[in-house]
Ligand binder design. Sequence first.
Ligand SMILES: [Zn+2]
Length: 78
Amino acid sequence: MFSKKHICGGCGEKVNARKAPKGSLLILIILLILFIIPGLIYLIWMLSNRQDQCPKCKSLDVVPLKSPRGKALAQQYS
Ligand SMILES: [Zn+2]
């Protein structure tokens, strides 16, 4: 059994956040087709700027349970 390390500010679920790449896949594809170099820079930027995402509601408002905001959210939703 995995212990949940994060809480979602969107749906209030305790979750294990997944890492979602920042930015838009559509923009990446357009950039790669039209301008190769900015497209590659954008791809690298996307991969290096991953952010926590709620696996349930896809909200990016995911905070660690141990943080002050995480504790407040856990109380609010319990
Ligand atoms: Zn959520």
